[in-house]
Design a protein around this ligand. Sequence first.
Ligand code: GRF
Length: 195
Amino acid sequence: MARIAIFASGNGSNFESLVNSFSNDVENKVIILICDNANAFVLQRAKRLEIPFELIKYIKNEKEKTEQRISEILTENKIDVAFLAGYMRILSLFLLSKLKIPVINIHPSILPKFKGVNAIEQAFNSQEKEIGITIHYVIEEVDSGEIILQKSIPLQREKGIEFVEQEVHNLEHKWYPIVAKQICDGINFKNGVKR
Ligand code: GRF
């Protein structure tokens, strides 16, 4: 069984779609939510969906100590894979090298275009004719790891930014669970041995 951690800081719609997609999966299980923001709506979702969570507040100038705690929580919970879903912190090399598990992120743009925050708005205000999502492995450099999947759709600017945002989120909610399932199943069959 792949034991899954999800990291989120905000609304948590991707967290919820991942949790729902794994709810009837006997092979894979969402074990824990890691959240850095006490006011995040994702915490309410976690309570409603009965997913345990850890609120990890980052202490100023003590990122390593905070990440050490995260690493311990993932180890204690025997986590096999982590999915970032709107997690607004950069994972340092210190943490990534400690974890030794795949860490995956979803970003609402066709990378390498529009890295960082407000990616949908950046695309909306550009000359691009398409908009989309990227699911990629996480490395220290933000929004830059190996790409697993990209999906794009026509950017219907005339329909307004809220419409476009919703379309991008719909893409995310469709494809993140599909990719997550494939990665988890790959972990289950690692080395040809069903764990
Ligand atoms: C998503 O657009 C995701 O691609 C990005 O942050 C946003 C999180 O949205 N990394 P939500 O919190 O899952 O609703």
